[in-house]
Design a protein around this ligand. Structure first.
Ligand code: ADP
Length: 263
């Protein structure tokens, strides 16, 4: 609580008095803390690639430029780290747009089979490079639902991307879509390492990672699942996860088949 003391002129007897006004500032304090945490997180996330870029540039100027082999190595390092910062900035912008509510989803009819084709095509190269087999399961009857095509693709791509990255060599990732109780259920299952139950409640927080080094090594920004959660929310849907360590994980994006006009 925040207290303001205000001096007032006179009650019935004409004597000056004081009024104490109390405001509930819990919500404001919470928002301030969220903002502070975000700035601290982003600074921290940017520092690592920035330090690497500066180090590489200094090494080049210190003489590495004279050796074509070293010059190439450090130039590639600069490029890789720049891509990483770019991805981070893109993901942050995407999250900010989703959170601001300024650009509500542009709804259109999404055909599940077309969506599946498009996202699977988008991750074919990654799956091949990682040695992961991709599978798909679609209902016999056409499944159509109302959603923002770009956002839903983004959400499913984020889930597929994680499943492929964290599963790796010899694993299998399956994209399934089905209708259940007036909802479209899009699930991504993998045969990867799974996630311990204690981490599941925090998984969709921004910058939360089970294994920081592994995530960074794989090029993750730590924002993928936070974006999926927001996309689900702006569609009045949700995202869920179940996982068994040592066996694999299943992420489910659940969206209503139709949205109210103002959705
Ligand atoms: P990142 O960029 O680190 O992948 P995400 O928000 O996409 O960020 O995911 C958060 C964390 O959740 C990851 O760092 C990883 O530890 C865990 N995770 C996400 N998907 C999977 C999966 N399919 N299997 C195992 N762990 C996963």
């Amino acid at each position: 609580l925040e207290a303001h003391v205000v001096r007032i002129n006179g009650g019935a007897a004409g004597e000056p008095g004081l009024v104490c006004v109390l405001h509930d500032i819990t919500e404001r304090k919470r928002l301030e803390k969220t903002r502070r945490d975000l700035v601290a997180n982003v600074s921290h996330e940017l520092r690592t690639p920035l330090t690497a870029v500066r180090g590489a540039a200094e090494t080049l100027l210190d003489g590495a430029l004279d050796s074509p082999q070293y010059a190439r190595h450090f130039a590639e390092l600069i490029l890789r780290q720049s891509h990483r910062m770019e991805r981070l900035v893109q993901d942050l912008m995407e999250l900010a747009r989703l959170e601001s509510g300024e650009s509500p989803p542009r709804l259109r009819e999404i055909d599940a089979a077309e969506l599946a084709d498009s996202v699977l095509e988008g991750v074919t190269d990654l799956a091949q490079a990682q040695g992961v087999e991709l599978g798909r399961r679609l209902p016999r009857d056409p499944l159509v639902f109302a959603a923002d095509g770009r956002q839903v693709e983004q959400a499913v791509l984020n889930l597929l991307d994680n499943a492929i990255k964290y599963t790796g060599q010899g694993g299998r990732v399956t994209l399934a879509m089905e209708e259940d109780d007036g909802q479209a259920v899009i699930s991504v299952s993998d045969t990867g390492p799974g996630i311990a139950a204690e981490y599941l409640p925090r998984l969709f927080e921004r910058f939360f990672r089970v294994d920081n080094n592994r995530s960074r090594e794989l090029g993750g920004t730590g924002l993928g699942l936070a974006i999926v959660k927001h996309i689900a929310q702006v569609h009045h849907g949700k995202v869920e996860v179940t996982s068994t360590p040592g066996e694999g994980s299943t992420f489910r994006l659940i969206l209503p088949l139709s949205q109210a006009e103002d959705a």
